[in-house]
Design a protein around this ligand. Structure first.
Ligand code: AMP
Length: 281
């Protein structure tokens, strides 16, 4: 089973390793993938400390192997093959980071081919990434079962991210508005608001102190623009805080009056994967 990461491991990553450990032998890949970074993004400055990452994994004692290839092992100088998921990868983060998901799906196709995992674990924190990879696996008929693990947060609700280390103390305080915006969306929905534009306005208003990339309510799993808030939905936000670009999201299920916090895909939770595995054995 594979847990793909870019390293600088934090408790969010380690929770994926824990989820994976319940499903079989765990390989953690650590690779800062150049093709998923835009020309003006943080590829060069992205934190890299393989020794520290290995020490964290050793301490956890679950991972069986670390795969940390140099760039040339995954990309020949004249590499010409890309894996692209049309549509799903074009909106939200895709529209703010052109080519990002093409880089993600291309490197994952390589990692899947090399490691040949039966399961791969991803974090719900990157919900659009989960959905794009899910479509790639389905469309290419890859024999891999995906597992989406819940987002691990700091005490004040900020989603853990390697990019949080770019934040100054003041920016770290400001960054909590992403979670506040999702909570505000939840409150509005729970109070009966079903207009998508109203819920999005509530989220934008909660994020007025930061430079907004987007604050949107989309339907799952297609990330379509819904007519109204109902069924399985994703509230998704992204903003620039200082030098960091931060994202967060919250899936909901909205049925009549009831609004409940949901998983991104109930069939892909760690518990569902474990159940599936037990049923198979
Ligand atoms: P990254 O190293 O940022 O590419 O992330 C590697 C994997 O860890 C991805 O599947 C992310 O969604 C997941 N991840 C990152 N942050 C968190 C978090 N706070 N909680 C759970 N998973 C996370």
């Amino acid at each position: 089973m594979l847990v793909p990461t870019m390293g600088d491991l934090h408790r969010g990553h380690l929770s994926l390793v824990e989820a994976g450990g319940a499903l079989g032998h765990v390989v953690v890949s650590i690779f800062v993938n150049p093709t998923q970074f835009g020309p003006n993004e943080d590829f060069d400055s992205y934190p890299r400390d393989l020794q520290a990452d290995r020490a964290k994994l050793d301490e956890l004692g679950i991972a069986h192997a670390v795969y940390a290839p140099p760039v040339r092992e995954l990309y020949d100088a004249d590499a010409a093959t890309w894996v692209t998921v049309d549509g799903l990868g074009d909106s939200l983060c895709g529209s703010h980071r052109p080519g990002h998901f093409r880089g993600v799906t291309t490197v994952l196709a390589k990692l899947f081919a090399i490691v040949q995992p039966d399961f791969a674990v991803f974090g719900e924190k990157d919900a659009q990434q989960c959905l794009v990879v899910q479509r790639m696996v389905r469309d290419l008929r890859l024999p891999i079962r995906l597992v989406f693990a819940p987002t691990v947060r700091e005490g004040d609700g900020l989603a853990m991210s390697s990019r949080n280390r770019y934040l100054s103390e003041g920016e770290r305080q400001l960054a909590t508005v992403l979670r506040s915006a999702l909570d505000a969306a939840h409150s509005a929905l729970a109070a009966g608001e079903r207009s998508v534009s109203e819920v999005e306005a509530v989220m934008r208003s909660a994020m007025r102190s930061v430079q907004l990339d987007y604050a949107e309510l989309r339907s799952l799993p297609a990330l379509a623009h819904p007519e109204g808030a109902s069924g399985h939905m994703l509230a998704a936000v992204a903003a620039r805080v200082g030098h960091a670009r931060l994202i967060d999201n919250q899936p909901f299920r909205i049925e009549d009056e009831a609004v409940v916090v949901a998983a991104l895909d109930e069939d892909a939770t760690p518990a569902a994967a474990l159940q599936w595995l037990r049923g198979e054995n």
